[in-house]
Design a protein around this ligand. Structure first.
Ligand SMILES: Nc1ncnc2c1ncn2[C@@H]1O[C@H](COP(=O)(O)OP(=O)(O)OP(=O)(O)O)[C@@H](O)[C@H]1O
Ligand SMILES: [Mg+2]
Length: 145
């Protein structure tokens, strides 16, 4: 299993790390689950992923709309989900998720959980935690079904 460990001392480092993470997880199809408590830095990491893909828009948490897609030349390159408000009802977005996965967009998910049917053979998970100084530890791992 491929796995990587990173540290980010502030949000700028977290944004920069997004570029590293994007390079590692970019494959077709690509899903990245972000795990971590409230305020762990999931959206900040996603902002960095987006920037490295050439997306100039600010990435806000799509909590209210659940999903936001970012396009390049009319093709989705990043699809960002935040299931915080849906709690365990991730399944209601199953069809859209599965479409995004096959579209070739990088699918980044906050507060999700794995739905077997939509998962490719391999996918990624990043676990974000805080150390005693408040710096973030990021554990990135590839999961095989
Ligand atoms: N490595 C870091 N060190 C210190 N602060 C950070 C770091 N990364 C992000 N932050 C800051 O932490 C705060 C929360 O970040 P962010 O919104 O990305 O968290 P989140 O995990 O998406 O939260 P939520 O669970 O609410 O969606 C922001 O103010 C952000 O700038
Ligand atoms: Mg967030």
């Amino acid at each position: 299993m491929n796995s990587y460990s990173f540290k980010a001392k502030n949000s700028d480092e977290m944004v920069k790390l997004g570029g590293e993470v994007a390079k590692i997880v970019m494959q077709n199809p690509a899903i990245l689950f972000l795990e971590g408590d409230l305020g762990a830095g999931k959206t900040t990491l996603t902002q960095g992923i987006a920037q490295s893909l050439g997306i100039n828009e600010e990435i806000t948490s799509p909590s209210f709309v659940i999903n936001k897609k970012y396009y390049r030349e009319e093709k989705p390159i990043l699809s960002h989900y935040d299931f915080y408000r849906l709690e365990n009802n991730v399944g209601i977005m199953k069809d859209e998720l599965s479409e995004d996965v096959s579209s070739g967009a990088l699918v980044v998910i906050e507060w999700g959980h794995e739905i077997d049917e939509i998962l490719p053979e391999k996918y990624w998970k990043a676990r974000l935690t805080q150390d005693e100084k408040g710096d973030r530890d990021i554990e990135l791992m590839e999961i095989k079904k």
